[in-house]
Design a protein around this ligand. Structure first.
Ligand SMILES: Cc1cc2nc3c(=O)[nH]c(=O)nc-3n(C[C@H](O)[C@H](O)[C@H](O)COP(=O)(O)OP(=O)(O)OC[C@H]3O[C@@H](n4cnc5c(N)ncnc54)[C@H](O)[C@@H]3O)c2cc1C
Length: 421
């Protein structure tokens, strides 16, 4: 796709928008549509041309509510993506799963597993159909904040740099983390540096125990802090990845050999993929967990991965990105209408509540507590507790009626003790 021409209805060198959004991934697409619906002039600048590859392919049911609010549900439902209704786990020959339709919180219990190139392009195109202007191939290079908003310097990949003056800026630039870098707001994550090596395969799976409607998370037989994802797509393809602390990957320069080597160390994934065709280049990402000093500042807020990213293990990234969009849009609307908004109380604190729920589960996954819950739950936990956990894994990490949300650490510790006992 060609870079789109700059809006000609405004002055030639300085252009104006109510809201400038950096990045057209899930956070940027959803928030742009929500603000456009409120009647604001929104301009999205997106450095790349869509469709483009992105990792993060297993959605959680909670995000279907945000997709619906943005008026994109029919498009997503009709796109032919792989249906998803839960998460399955294997460790040491044990198999366990959570059915997301059997959960404590109200709301959708199913969603999809998506090639993100197609999915993100679909969301962005739906936003465009609703009237949002997206400028592909335009990257933000500098920003200057003022009392009245911000001046953004934009560099198209063809043509001259130009300036947009916006009353409010939303940074949805994902791992680009544009404002945290430009404004020196970056903080390291508390999690150790982990690496992921991944690809797409033609899976040729015939085993009848494998359920294509669920993400499969496989624990490595020797190192329980190393795990794999197998995310089936429609059409017999899968996303396959391995995750572990970076030292496990040292010296492994041939990524295909590295990934296949890890797979062949397992007793379940190896046989499952014995006929798989590795037909796509293998990629590697390291040190993706990140944090920031603040999720907002005067006339800007950070959405999705531009704020914080925890870990891929519970597929929470897109849901958190969309939740941040859903929380920020009405606040931007109110601020643009002249109301005072308390961004800490109304945005950062509520967003972090769910992020912190996931944080507890991520920590407990890697130290083994949550793995013990997952693999022993059918014997020891009651159905109601299982439904509460299922809700969180389905993305309802902000549901304050769920005791495992209000007291994630204490409840999880108690449950792990019970399961271990
Ligand atoms: C190994 C791994 C596996 C994962 N698996 C899952 C999963 O299964 N499920 C899940 O939900 N999440 C998963 N995630 C997380 C998921 O990838 C992210 O949380 C999600 O993509 C965040 O969405 P976003 O809209 O914040 O950012 P993004 O989707 O990254 O979009 C940001 C956009 O901003 C653009 N941009 C960047 N810089 C600039 C600039 N200077 N100017 C203009 N545009 C710019 C980029 O081109 C990009 O299109 C995974 C992450 C990792 C690392």
């Amino acid at each position: 796709m060609q870079a789109q021409p700059a809006n000609t209805s405004v002055e030639a060198d300085v252009q104006r928008a109510d809201v400038a959004i950096i990045g057209a991934g899930p956070a940027g697409a959803i928030v742009s549509a929500l603000l456009n619906r409120q009647g604001h002039k929104v301009v999205v600048i997106e450095r790349q041309h869509f469709p483009r590859f992105s990792i993060g392919e297993s959605l959680l049911p909670q995000c279907m509510e945000f997709i619906a609010d943005a008026g994109m549900l029919d498009a997503v439902n009709n796109a032919g993506f792989q249906f998803k209704n839960g998460a399955a786990f294997t460790r040491d020959g044990k198999y366990s799963f959570f059915d997301f339709t059997d959960k404590f919180s109200p709301g959708p219990g199913t969603t999809f597993q998506v090639q993100r190139g197609t999915f993100d392009h679909l969301l962005a195109s739906e936003a465009q159909k609703q009237g949002v202007e997206i400028r592909y191939g335009h990257g933000l290079t500098a920003i200057n904040f003022k009392d009245t908003g911000a001046e953004l310097q934009v560099q198209p990949d063809t043509g001259d740099a130009y300036q947009i003056n916006a009353r409010f800026v939303l940074d949805a630039s994902g791992f680009g983390r544009v404002l945290p870098r430009l404004l020196d707001m970056e903080l390291p994550s508390n999690f150790p540096t982990r690496t992921s090596v991944f690809t797409h395969i033609q899976d040729n799976i015939t085993a009848d125990w494998h359920d294509r409607n669920k993400i499969l998370v496989i624990v490595h037989p020797q190192h329980n802090d190393v795990w794999f994802w197998l995310i089936p797509f429609a059409g017999g393809r899968c996303s396959l990845g391995v995750v572990g602390e970076s030292h496990y990957f040292e010296g492994k320069t041939d990524l295909k050999e590295c990934l296949q080597g890890f797979v062949n160390e397992t007793n379940d994934l190896g046989p499952l993929l014995s006929n798989a065709v590795f037909d796509t280049p293998v990629q590697k990402l390291s040190g993706y967990a990140c944090n920031v000093k603040s999720l907002w500042g005067e006339n800007f807020a950070l959405l999705g991965n531009a704020g914080e990213f925890l870990d891929p293990v519970f597929s929470s990234g897109v849901t958190i990105a969309m939740k941040s969009a859903s929380l920020a849009a009405p606040l931007v609307d109110r601020q643009l209408r002249g109301e005072t908004v308390d961004w800490e109380r109304e945005y950062a604190i509520p967003l972090k509540r769910g992020v912190d729920t996931f944080r507890n589960y991520v920590s407990a996954w890697y130290d083994g507590r949550f793995q013990d819950v997952v693999f022993f739950r059918q014997d020891k936990a009651t159905h109601k507790i299982s439904q509460m956990i299922s809700s969180i894994l389905a993305g309802y990490a902000w549901d304050e009626k769920n005791p495992f949300v209000t007291e994630p650490s204490r409840r999880l510790n108690a449950l792990a003790e019970l399961c271990r006992g």
